[in-house]
Design a binder for this molecule. Structure first.
Ligand code: AHR
Length: 347
């Protein structure tokens, strides 16, 4: 009898504890990486009528990246005839290579790759080609010996974005009647080896090279993140007293940089001590453009999912596709960030 009661008692405790134990095991598993990319394990047989697309996203470092992921998720839905297997590489090329190999072994129909860095893809893309799986490069670009290793690249023109920033600064200085003054510039660069960083750096440097009075004091990688943007900017501010312009290669680094500048007692933006040039044009940054905190934001359009879906439709119909497609991009200043622009910007 006593033993029975004890058993019942233990069963009750077990019942109460069960959800907590399951939750704990799940959290431990998550911490160890056991449940990351859970969707990669999905049985693609389920998707026999759909086009199966394996998407290797490089990470989730910025608001822009989240918007890019959401754009892909909106495009590759079941209703649109797709079955998507999504993998977040958390900024590591090795994770992307692993994901691609996974997609190959699952015999997906297409691979979409947003590459964290430009180089180092030849071997794994050759493996995809040998398996007969077309690879579409999204957002950034890759540098490979043999360009037939990928079908097409849908993304942004980062060299042009850098040039736009330089041309805007030229005009701004003319308007400010400072075209002949010495201008001290610091550059917060994105991820080392990433084509978006390499292109923007090259594009801006081309224009800067045309002006003997523009002095690039220093350029440093800040990984496209708020945290790094703030850290690197704080170091610049300690080292240089007379910074006139910050070129920050994405909005997240800009948010961090602005915090650091304000904490140093200096002012930013229109009429401020330091001119801010940013890239991306996400909603929160456009609000800062509208209020004059950021002088200019060079748009980098993350809405690439639909373009890629269109390319896949063309490939499915046996149509020829171009080697590169650029998405449309604008330049935003106080003058053209209207309420309508803010209301319609979903990221
Ligand atoms: O490759 C595009 C860049 O990557 C965006 O500017 C940035 O926000 C992202 O992390």
């Amino acid at each position: 009898m006593r033993e029975n009661r004890m058993n019942t008692h233990i069963s009750r405790i077990a019942l109460v504890m069960l959800p907590a134990v399951v939750l704990l095991m799940f959290m431990l598993g998550w911490g160890m990486g056991l449940f990351t990319n859970i969707d990669e394990e999905t049985d693609t047989n389920e998707a026999s009528d759909s086009i199966v697309v394996g998407v290797s996203q490089l990470g989730s470092e910025s608001g822009w990246r989240t918007a890019n992921t959401e754009s892909v998720q909106r495009a590759f839905t079941r209703q649109n005839g797709y079955f998507m297997i999504f993998s977040n590489a958390r900024q590591k090329q090795e994770n992307q290579i692993k994901a691609i190999r996974n997609f190959i072994s699952q015999r997906v129909d297409y691979i979409v790759l947003a590459p964290v860095v430009e180089s180092g893809w030849d071997t794994v893309l050759q493996e995809a080609k040998d398996a007969g799986i077309p690879v579409i490069i999204m957002d950034r670009s890759v540098k490979v010996e043999d360009e037939s290793l990928y079908v097409t690249c849908v993304g942004t023109n980062s060299v042009e974005e850098g040039q736009k920033a330089g041309r805007w600064l030229e005009e701004h200085l003319i308007r400010q009647k400072k075209a002949d003054e010495d201008i001290n510039i610091v550059v917060l660069k994105g991820t080392e080896g990433a084509s978006a960083q390499i292109g923007r750096t090259a594009g801006f440097s081309m224009i800067a090279g045309e002006h003997d009075n523009w002095h690039i004091l220093e350029q440093e990688y800040a990984d496209f993140t708020i945290y790094k943007g703030k850290e690197v900017m704080a170091r610049f501010l300690n080292k240089y007293e007379n910074i006139d312009v910050v070129v920050s290669q994405n909005d997240d680094m800009t948010f961090g940089a602005i915090e650091a500048i304000r904490e140093s007692g200096r002012t930013v933006g229109v009429g401020g001590d330091i001119t801010i040039i940013s890239f991306d044009a996400v909603h929160d940054a456009l609000e800062m453009v509208a209020e004059g905190t950021i002088n200019v934001d060079i748009e980098c359009n993350p809405e690439q999912g639909e373009y890629i879906s269109e390319v896949i439709r063309m490939l499915e119909n046996g149509e020829e596709v171009e080697k590169r497609y650029y998405v449309e991009e604008d330049i935003f200043t106080m003058e053209n960030v209207t309420q309508e622009v803010l209301d319609t910007r979903i990221y």
